[in-house]
Design a protein around this ligand. Structure first.
Ligand code: GUN
Length: 291
């Protein structure tokens, strides 16, 4: 039977570590960490995610401020809000919830966020730093995948990793993280996408199969090598319930480790967002050297 990679419990452990860090450093830092969350429009899943983020901040002592703006918000107004938040000393992180409403392109806004406040790691400079192996703030979901493996003692080093999906938010940064040097990464990485021929054959080569394609239960047991580690990064709403991009029940008997959906990678995203916010706060308040 496989190890079930429990993202819910792992994320809770990380949040409790972060809560201790905030409690220990706030007096010396002179203020608590601050996170600004911007939500444009009415996308229901985004509204839920933003509420979760606000709740998680409150739980560990991070001050969060949410800015909920209508889909009709002019671009100039959103830019001006980001500029104001860039200048606010009490805000360590700025997060623009994606997707933006139709007609609003995300790149100009993501590129406007100060890189030292880019807790989502989506700024071109943050992505460039990741690709170059330089320190910086990393995108939360792929970093959550790496942290989940780390905490379960799964080393990708020397293994074949296959990433299905090439999004800027997950697939692309995850491929960079897996291929980076170092004992916690160092995998040989293949990135698959909608243009990949013989996807099932490529997936079967994976020791570590990471799936972020947004198609419910698309990856079936016949596409998985027995003994593989399967990390399901998809969250799909089907008939009122949630399921991943992998057929969990079918794959479970042959995998060596597998993430459930929900309760796998999902909760890790917010834990890493909090970790990034605290990292930014420590840098802004000169606390980076403190324990
Ligand atoms: N939409 C889906 N995932 C994310 C995320 O990690 N950050 C932001 N800002 N928006 C998202």
């Amino acid at each position: 039977m496989p190890i079930i990679l429990d993202g819910k419990a792992t994320a809770a452990a990380i949040r409790s570590e972060l809560k201790e860090t905030v409690a220990a450093l706030t007096a010396r830092a002179g203020r608590r960490p601050g996170l600004a969350v911007i939500l444009i429009g009415e996308d229901p899943p985004s509204q839920v995610y933003v509420r979760f983020k606000e709740r998680a901040c409150a739980e560990i002592g991070v001050i969060s401020e949410a800015f909920r703006l209508p889909a009709s918000t002019p671009q100039s107004e959103l830019m001006a809000l980001i500029d104001r938040l860039n200048d606010r000393e009490d805000m360590d992180g700025i997060l623009l919830q994606l997707p933006l409403p139709d007609g609003l392109e995300s790149h100009p806004f993501l590129g406007r966020i100060r890189p030292d406040k880019d807790v989502d790691g989506f700024h071109p400079e943050s992505m460039g730093r990741l690709s170059l192996g330089l320190p910086g703030l990393r995108p939360c979901t792929p970093e959550g995948v790496m942290e989940l493996m780390r905490r379960y003692g799964i080393s990708p080093s020397g293994k074949r990793a296959v990433v299905v999906g090439r999004s800027n938010i997950v697939g692309k940064p995850l491929a960079y993280m897996l291929a980076a040097p170092g004992k916690d990464a160092n995998a040989t990485v293949t990135v698959c996408h909608s243009g990949t021929r013989n996807l099932a054959d490529v997936c079967r080569e994976a020791d570590i199969l990471c799936v972020a394609m947004g198609k419910p239960r698309f990856i079936t047991a016949d596409m998985v090598r027995p003994g593989a580690v399967v990390l399901d990064i998809g969250i799909n709403r089907v008939n009122g319930g949630l399921c991943g991009d992998c057929d969990y029940e079918g794959i479970y008997p042959i995998a060596s480790a597998i993430t459930p959906v929900p309760g796998g990678v999902g909760p890790m995203t917010i834990a890493i967002l909090l970790r990034n916010t605290i990292k930014a706060w420590r840098a802004h308040t000169g606390m980076d050297q403190e324990s």
